[in-house]
Ligand binder design. Structure first.
Ligand code: HEC
Length: 131
């Protein structure tokens, strides 16, 4: 290969490499469709009224930003399909979901877990933990 051809090809590959990287850095990673569907389930049942994500929401229940690290997906689905009766003197009903809704919701929570939060939210995660 002639030196000139070699230089032109290397130059083109470099430009292509930079262009592809610039595009991929600027495009946000699309939320998977099943996770987006799970977010709608989250909204429909107003989970945010009692739970926080990224520290924002209601403080009756736990922050759920990293809940998938505490329970397996199947444990979470089981919990959401058959939630326990809540403690008296607080709210007594926990929303119960259909299995497909619970599965989508857990996919959403798995997606939420992948978002970098730099350790946020800080402890305590529940208002009741405040001393
Ligand atoms: C009316 C308030 C309320 C709503 C609405 C609510 N939750 Fe809860 N949730 C709670 C409370 C309170 C607890 C703690 C129950 C206990 O300790 O017995 C809890 C517990 C949980 C837990 C177990 C947390 C753990 O660390 O053990 C999960 C998971 C959960 N909720 C998910 C959800 C999802 C998903 C939704 C929406 C579909 C939802 N919750 C809606 C109040 C609520």
């Amino acid at each position: 290969m002639k030196l000139r051809t070699f230089l032109v090809l290397s130059g083109l590959s470099f430009v292509l490499f930079v262009a592809v990287n610039l595009i991929s850095w600027q495009l946000p990673l699309a939320i998977p469709q099943s996770a987006a569907a799970g977010k709608l389930v989250w909204q429909h049942h107003n989970c945010i009224s009692c739970h926080t994500l990224f520290g924002n929401g209601g403080y009756v229940g736990e922050d759920l930003t990293h809940i998938v690290a505490k329970y397996s997906s199947s444990e979470l689905v089981t919990y959401l399909v058959n939630p326990p009766v809540m403690r008296p003197n607080k709210h007594t009903l926990h929303p119960a979901l259909s299995e497909p809704d619970a599965e989508q919701l857990v996919t959403y929570l798995e997606y939420v877990r992948t978002l970098p939060t730099l350790g946020w939210p800080p402890q305590p995660e529940k208002a009741g933990d405040y001393r």
